[in-house]
Write a protein that binds this ligand. Structure first.
Ligand code: SAM
Length: 249
């Protein structure tokens, strides 16, 4: 069927791809990829023949012209499969403008869902999963990053953030500054890969534990929702005294 197929690909282990995604990659008229080399490698691993089919590049810097050409192919009745470098396209990855362009020309946009690091991290972080907010990559500069975190400080949901290993410590420091030291958190590193690692601790402890480590690999930071405000014993007994006094008068 003609259309743009948004195809999720593995985030680490090559076999984490659905049978339907492989069917689509095997049958699409045109393959489009954020990184054409990675897609060709994935096809080779799974024995999907490319044949004479073209593999086009579409990435963050692709312009309206590139989107227009792809949308025109769909409008002409061809099936196009789009894969980003890893995981689900559009989740901190390109594809959004492309899907819009195809849809605006009346083309079908459909999805072959699969892995995403945000969801994999959520399943391993040990934090509530009933409500979560995905913040993507926080801004690289501290002031802007603190502002971005502050916008979600009171959100009653688990927060999921992507970060480059070089900036994880700086991100954790800002999370402690803005959200306080005690919120439960987890670092989920190298998910589905050989050196997968999950560290769970309150924010300040996690920040401290990582302060003298050189982090490598891909990282997701997960932060639990704000807890019930704690009342210290002193404050509680003072409040009780006041309540009793008011009552006995
Ligand atoms: N589209 C991808 C997805 O669905 O997860 C995300 C692409 S984004 C450019 C790359 C970021 O995702 C990394 O910097 C890291 O934060 C996260 N990530 C991707 N793969 C990961 C993995 N195997 N383990 C931990 N984090 C990962």
């Amino acid at each position: 069927q003609p259309g743009l197929y948004i195809v999720a690909t593995p985030i680490g282990t090559a076999r984490d791809i659905t049978l339907r995604a492989l069917d689509i990659l095997a049958s699409a008229d045109i393959l489009v990829a954020e990184d054409t080399r990675s897609l060709k490698k994935l096809l080779a691993i799974h024995g999907v023949p490319l044949g004479e089919r073209p593999v086009w590049a579409y990435h963050d810097h692709s312009d309206a012209g590139a989107r227009g050409s792809i949308a025109a192919e769909v409008a002409a009745g061809r099936s196009v499969a789009y894969a980003s470098e890893a995981g689900t396209p559009m989740v901190s990855d390109p594809g959004f403008d492309l899907a819009r362009a195809v849809s605006e020309k009346g083309g079908l946009v459909t999805s072959a869902p699969g892995p995403s690091a945000a969801i994999a991290a959520l399943t391993l972080a040990g934090l509530p999963t009933d409500k979560f907010a995905f913040l993507g990559f926080a801004p690289p500069k501290s002031a802007a990053r603190q502002k971005a975190i502050a916008a979600f400080a009171e959100t009653p949901a688990t927060l999921v953030l992507y970060e480059s290993p070089r900036r994880v410590q700086a991100l954790l420091a800002d999370l402690v500054t803005v959200l306080g030291p005690d919120r439960e958190a987890a670092l989920c590193r190298e998910l589905t890969k050989r050196f997968e690692e999950i560290l769970r601790a309150p924010l300040a402890e996690l920040s401290h534990a990582l302060s003298d480590r050189t982090l490598k690999g891909e990282c997701v930071i997960v932060v639990g929702p704000p807890g019930v405000r704690e009342v210290s014993e002193g404050t509680l007994s003072a409040a009780l005294d006041t309540a009793l006094e008011t009552h006995s008068v």
